[in-house]
Design a protein around this ligand. Structure first.
Ligand code: GLN
Length: 308
């Protein structure tokens, strides 16, 4: 497809997504996030040639939130290994909301997967002491090919002042011996990772690395091992959209991770990374217009992993 055709498709897709914006709400349980422009919407597509195609608000900065769980999981798998990660976190969909606490006091108490808050807090515990925030920021910049990524101090402070639920999750995990470090230190690093300011373009670039087996398609440098990338994409497919993951996998069929700031990171394996920004969210906390846009792109271009 030539550039003009791609841009036409992206703009049509954006127009379709816009129709769903009024059906959603901006998250406001972190007060600073409640200030986002509900009508913002952008999409970016990164292809192996190095070209990034965009439409709408693809350069607007917003906080990565739960999409940082993908980065933390990649780093934990690379540095601590598969066994250390899955000794403390499962790899099953939870069927519960992203910030659910109920299941943690049942059975083993091990978080269901690394894509929900409890699992990500346990992963951050593994990273603490091994990586400083500055090192993780550098890694994030490299994986997203975006040196503009910074800590959004306002969102960070706003979440730190309103994180009783994540604090409760940490204490429960601590009581079960699943996490080891100081609860405050875990919360600070987890929240700082959620407060990285990205754009739809940064997410598309990260998606491309995952689509391209962990290799930066432009420089040729391997940033992540094949095995890490395989595990992460599988968990994104089964758990990346919280308790909406099953339906999303059926309807879209692309490994995707959402964040409460309105971001979506999606992978068209072997071909493309897709990044979306739209802070109007559905009831499960996923970008509502982005869901509609990905459904359209998937069906029109046969992108579903099980497309004939
Ligand atoms: N920082 C947010 C939280 O811990 C991330 C949640 C999300 O993006 N779903 O609640």
């Amino acid at each position: 497809m030539d550039k003009e055709k791609i841009l036409k498709v992206l703009n049509e897709t954006l127009a379709l997504g816009r129709k769903d914006i009024p059906l959603g709400e901006v998250a406001d349980y972190i007060p600073e996030l409640g200030k986002a422009d509900k009508n913002a919407l952008g999409i970016a597509l990164a292809g192996k040639s190095g070209n990034v195609y965009t439409a709408g608000d693809a350069e607007s900065r917003f906080t990565i939130q739960s999409i940082s769980k993908v980065i933390s999981l990649c780093v934990a798998l690379e540095s601590r290994g598969y066994d250390a990660v899955f000794d403390r976190v499962g790899m099953e969909p939870s069927g519960e909301a992203f910030n659910s606490i109920v299941e943690l006091d049942l059975v083993s108490g091990k978080p269901y997967n690394p894509m929900i808050n409890s699992g990500a807090l346990a992963i951050v515990d593994l990273l603490l002491g091994k990586y400083t925030f500055t090192e993780l920021l550098e890694i994030s910049r490299k994986l997203c090919r975006d040196d503009g990524i910074r800590l959004d101090e306002r969102v960070y402070r706003s979440e730190m002042e309103n994180c009783s639920r994540n604090r409760a999750i940490c204490w429960l995990l601590k009581s079960k011996g699943i996490i080891e470090n100081d609860v405050d230190e875990i919360l600070k690093l987890y929240t700082a990772m959620c407060s990285l300011s990205v754009t739809a373009c940064s997410l598309a670039n990260l998606g491309l690395i995952l689509a391209n087996d962990g290799v930066d398609a432009i420089s040729g440098e391997r940033l992540l091992s094949s095995s890490t990338v395989r595990v992460v994409k599988t968990i994104m497919l089964t758990c990346g959209m919280y308790d909406g993951s099953g339906q999303f996998a059926v309807e879209v069929g692309l490994p995707t991770k959402s964040g409460i700031g309105g971001g979506l990171l999606s992978v068209v394996d072997k071909y493309l990374g897709i990044g979306i920004y739209g802070p109007s969210l559905d009831k499960k906390g996923n970008c509502i217009a982005g869901g509609a846009m990905l459904r359209r792109l998937s069906s029109e271009f046969g992108l579903h992993i099980f497309a004939p």
